[in-house]
Design a protein around this ligand. Structure first.
Ligand code: SF4
Length: 392
């Protein structure tokens, strides 16, 4: 499997907690953006020609389309509207024929999630939408600065289901004033409306967002880490009670509804990122990985879309260390056989040595008679701390 991510860098307005790469404006220049994508793909022509040749131990499963998943993220891809999405989909189909055959996700903001938009998503091959619902409480949406209402959040899910699309809903927890009962109600509403995948994020505030200024003006409070932990626990309890499996640190799904594109990241598969601030990763047979990050900011990217801001080839051992961190995000566990095939420079003994301390502390455990290494049940909250120790 390998996938394509396209970063669509437009938003109608800035949410005060968000530090993603986007440009504010109600009428995106779709033609200019697609022209930039074409120039990026052309500029990376040699790289892409090599990339589509099966290579390396992870490529034996390339029997399906070369680019099996597509993810249109942002920003706000749904701000392109039905006509803009059609243009972008047409370009993708021409440039990458057959891409997204396994899964094709479009991020949609609830205020845009109506039958005409979903018809356009279906027409370009979309199979799934990731809805920026964030909360189903009016107070939560107000605090987070979202423009949609609770009713729109739920109606956008129902309309997507009606259109035959699979639905993932985002939920932000830990905003000041949120309660465990509120989280439980969010989960009940989202899952009853038809979301079969829910991504849960704790509200984190970066310094270069509007939120700190709002705090200084007395219009917002900073989130409290203990409160966030309580809300994350409430979300986990409610989601698993509703029949969704907690399969990744921030993701819950009904059986068969796991995000195939995101699984690429956690199982060390190649992905191509296009658009401002998009990242790419390409694994080689010796286990090394080429990481590339595009420049941030639409005008900067448009000025020279083919030249990355950063490109680094990690050594086989550095890639293996990073691979432990990404692989352990999958709470079902890291398949040790697949890991050693992807990273042939290291051995089982190397894994045992590197993870020994976290196993002794009870944060990691071996399962399936030693074939699987995973975060121990109940310890997912400390994934980042465990990973930092493994990376050290
Ligand atoms: S709509 Fe999404 S990408 Fe845009 S500012 Fe809000 S959270 Fe960020």
């Amino acid at each position: 499997m390998r996938g394509i991510y396209v970063h669509v860098p437009f938003c109608a307005r800035a949410c005060p907690y968000c530090d993603f790469d986007f440009q504010v404006g109600r009428t995106p220049d779709v033609a200019g953006f697609i022209a930039g994508l074409e120039r990026e793909a052309s500029g990376r022509g040699q790289e892409l020609a090599e990339w589509t040749c099966p290579e390396g131990p992870g490529d034996s499963d390339l029997a399906d389309a070369p680019w099996s998943t597509v993810y249109l993220g942002g920003g706000t891809p749904s701000l392109l509207g039905p006509a803009g999405l059609a243009q972008l989909g047409e370009w993708l189909a021409r440039r990458f024929p057959g891409a997204g055959a396994r899964e094709f996700t479009v991020e949609v903001n609830p205020e845009h999630g109506d039958p005409s938009l979903y018809a356009a998503v279906r027409a370009i091959g979309g199979t799934r939408v990731s809805l920026g619902t964030q909360s189903t409480e009016a107070e939560g949406l107000r605090t987070l600065g979202r423009v949609h209402s609770p009713e729109q959040a739920l109606a956008s899910i129902a309309a997507a289901v009606e259109a035959g699309l699979r639905v993932s809903a985002d939920l932000i927890v830990g905003w000041p004033g949120q309660t465990a009962a509120g989280v439980q109600a969010d989960v009940a509403r989202l899952t009853q409306a038809g979301a079969e995948h829910v991504s849960v994020y704790a509200l984190t505030i970066e310094a270069d967002t509007p939120w700190p200024t709002l705090v200084r003006r007395g219009k917002r409070r900073l989130p409290d880490s203990d409160h966030q932990a309580d809300m994350l626990a409430a979300a986990e309890q409610a989601l698993t009670s509703a029949g969704l499996q907690h399969y990744e640190v921030a993701s819950y799904a009904r059986a068969g509804a796991e995000a195939q594109h995101n699984l690429l990241y956690w199982t060390w598969q190649d992905y191509l990122g296009l658009g401002p601030s998009a990242h790419s990763a390409r694994y080689f047979a010796d286990g090394s990985v080429l990481r590339r990050g595009n420049v941030r900011g639409l005008p900067t990217w448009l000025a020279d879309p083919g030249t990355p801001a950063e490109a680094e080839r990690l050594t086989p051992e550095a890639a293996a260390i990073e691979g432990l961190w990404t692989g352990l995000r999958d709470l079902r566990g890291l398949d040790v056989g697949a890991y050693l095939r992807r990273f042939p420079a290291v051995t089982r003994g190397w894994i045992e040595h590197r993870t020994r301390r976290q196993v002794a502390r009870g944060n990691l455990e071996w399962a399936a008679e030693g074939q699987v290494l995973r975060i121990a049940p109940g310890r997912w909250y400390w994934h980042d701390a465990v990973a930092a120790d493994l990376l050290a």
